[in-house]
Write a new protein. Structure first.
Length: 371
């Protein structure tokens, strides 16, 4: 069976890691990754030995690429084309009638919120994005909640497989004390690390408001990631007087090291699937504070592993960080990180993700062949 994965190529967050870690598990001749622009995703894939094809565009509105895409899928005789994200879904919807391959997609985010705060253009793109879903043969939903979202949009549950992210768990790194020093962090400071695009959907404002309410200079926040609202977040940090506590680190390839020097990982999103960033935190044996999105309650099932608050509830987030800080000064926080590591290692391995994906491919191709 030959499988083509199609994605825009500009991704730097969870979907990038999901695709590359999954494709590394397949035999080299079985999978190919096709992107429409160069970026970190393609660079990492090539380094991992994954075949990468680039179909460059003059802009994302350059539809001349559709003929090349159709010809490539036909000539390579792919059995499955697996898309990720709105751009890939749109292009494949436009050539679907000319494809013999089965078309599957992974829903990494709520399609109703992909263009949140995008104005008129965002509204139009959302309508277009939702319209493509009707043409897709099968769906991977990266949480049961996203499966429910798809069913609310009229997609049959028989066409959706819930699938949770996984990673290869390793021995955690030694605490990066030297890196703490470089970031001007003291030994007894409590470090919160948030790995997320600087995008409205990620809820950075919630974290900053809770941090301001805490009024504790011993609590520091590392913001890892880049994105369209960076200036807006920087202004908010300045307005709240948090410049000495909030550290903007931009896009980083050393996320494991940053987690290893941290005391807790944060997620504050309005919507998510099943964030890989939280599994990476678990691998470094630090607990999690997250809003109740996607499949996070599968990972943080109770307080032995971390804290889950309602979305956009500043007071609840504030109370949770306050509790975290108390455990930190009592040297009891690390126990919860160890609990999370053991739980995640058993239930969210990359091998499980690979096996379920492979089995689903076989089912989808078998169903298409029988028609």
């Amino acid at each position: 069976m030959k499988v083509l994965h199609v994605i825009s190529g500009g991704e730097t967050g969870g979907s990038r890691k999901h695709v590359n870690t999954l494709l590394k598990k397949f035999p080299a001749g079985q999978v190919c990754l096709l992107v429409f622009q160069e970026g970190i995703l393609a660079e990492e894939a090539r380094l991992a030995g994954i075949r990468v094809e680039l179909m460059n565009q003059s802009s994302r509105y350059d539809l001349s690429v559709l003929k090349k895409l159709t010809r490539f899928i036909h000539e390579e005789a792919f059995d499955i084309v697996h898309s990720h994200g709105p751009r890939a879904n749109l292009y494949l919807s436009l050539i679907k009638k000319n494809m013999k391959a089965a078309w599957v997609t992974t829903i990494h985010s709520d399609p109703k919120l992909d263009f949140m705060k995008g104005g008129v253009k965002g509204f139009l793109f959302t309508k277009l994005n939702l319209s493509t879903l009707k043409k897709i043969d099968y769906f991977f939903a990266v949480s049961d909640r996203f499966k429910a979202n798809l069913m609310e949009l009229g997609i049959s549950g028989d066409k959706i497989q819930s699938i949770y992210n996984g990673i290869d768990f390793t021995e955690p790194l030694q605490k990066q004390l030297e890196m703490r020093h470089k970031l001007n962090l003291n030994k007894d400071d409590m470090v919160l690390t948030m790995v997320a695009r600087l995008h409205p959907i990620k809820g950075h404002d919630l974290v900053l408001q809770a941090l301001k309410k805490l009024n504790n200079p011993k609590i520091h926040l590392l913001l890892v990631g880049d994105g369209p609202i960076k200036l807006e977040i920087e202004r908010m940090v300045s307005d709240l007087g948090l410049e000495k506590q909030v550290h903007f680190l931009g896009f980083r390839k050393d996320v494991d090291e940053l987690y290893s020097l941290s005391d807790i990982a944060l997620l504050a999103s309005h919507s998510e699937s099943f964030p890989l960033a939280l599994l990476e935190a678990a691998n470094q044996q630090i607990p999690i504070l997250t809003t109740d999105v996607g499949g996070v309650r599968q990972l943080v099932t109770d307080k032995r592993y971390g804290w889950v608050t309602d979305v956009n509830d500043v007071d609840a987030y504030y109370e949770a960080i306050k509790e975290v800080y108390q455990l930190h000064i009592e040297n009891k926080l690390q126990e919860r990180g160890l609990n999370l590591y053991e739980h995640a290692k058993v239930n969210f391995s990359l091998d499980q993700l690979f096996e379920l994906t492979s089995q689903t491919y076989e089912k989808v191709v078998g169903k298409k062949d029988s028609h």
